[in-house]
Design a protein around this ligand. Sequence first.
Ligand code: PLP
Length: 366
Amino acid sequence: MLSLFHTYVDPTAEAKVSSVLRSTYLSEGEVTKEFEIELERLLGLRNCVALNSGTSALHLALTLADVHQGDEVILPAQTFVASGLTILQQGAIPVFADIDYESGNISTESIKKKISKRTKAIMPVHWGGYPCDLEKIGQLAQENNLIVIEDAAHALGATYKNIPIGAISDFTCFSFQAIKHVTTGDGGALCVNNKSAYEKAISRRWFGINRAKAPVNELGERSYNIQELGYKYHMSNYAAALGKANLTSFPERLQKRLSVATYYTKQLSGVTGINLFKYEPDRQSAYWLFGFHVENRLNFVKALKDRNVMASVVHQRIDRNDVFGGLRADLAGQTQFDKTQINIPIHDGIDQEKAEYIVSAIKLGW
Ligand SMILES: Cc1ncc(COP(=O)(O)O)c(C=O)c1O
């Protein structure tokens, strides 16, 4: 069966992780710092803070954006629950905006309608790795004095108007969970535009203590006086070692993934019953997913399964969960998207030959 997801572990990872294990310095240290520097150097990310998950990155960003009790944060329902739960963790209110049926990304028109006096931030999610309209979102944020927190869990390596995702908005949150483009087992990164917020992120990720600026004194204890609430969100050295190994090969792996996406787009564009997502030429998706709309979806999934190809819906709208208050009735694009969205395998295990097999399996019909 050609699975929908895949965990990539670079052949160099074993030696890199073993070296950390041998050193016995497992917690956050030099390797974590090196991973951050590599993320900035290779991908052009800005002020990158390595963390233990993408969820931690979202939560930390919300605290740095001063999102508190009763504040509203606008996000799409087409995401993973992590986006909405972190808002609730701050005692704030997730306000669900509609998405564009053609891409699965948050609709800027809908954001406009949802802005209220209590809105503090917008959390766009780059669905499947395809960047949202960050120029329009940035403009709306500026006009209404709002912070932008990008959920870029799917979008490592994506660009918007030739600028890397991770170098645009106030905050950008990445995930290095097991099936992401680059994995550290579990992990994440927060990119911060503003230097003082960056300094705060560094200390808040470890209880409110900046390790580098809190030297161990003669009695063997670190000198610190915690000024504000911190968390245990740091990334460990051994996880960073895996990340470093996977990151080195990432640019080349991403190019291969993009060529599979180009092949799928070309081959599937004329197929009756398939309606490809509409992607703008001013941005480059990282193609964590290859999604589209399909007629007779269940038949499609079953037919592909019979041909050993997994096709699946990924993440149903999150507002349906009771914790968020149940399905919103005013999200027409979302409701339409739910009925027809589907994803086919695109990952490091899919080479040109497998992509050709998948296309031929689809073209047999359903
Ligand atoms: C859109 C989105 N946001 C956030 C997350 C949370 O990331 P993590 O699992 O690293 O905490 C995920 C998880 O996969 C996700 O898909």
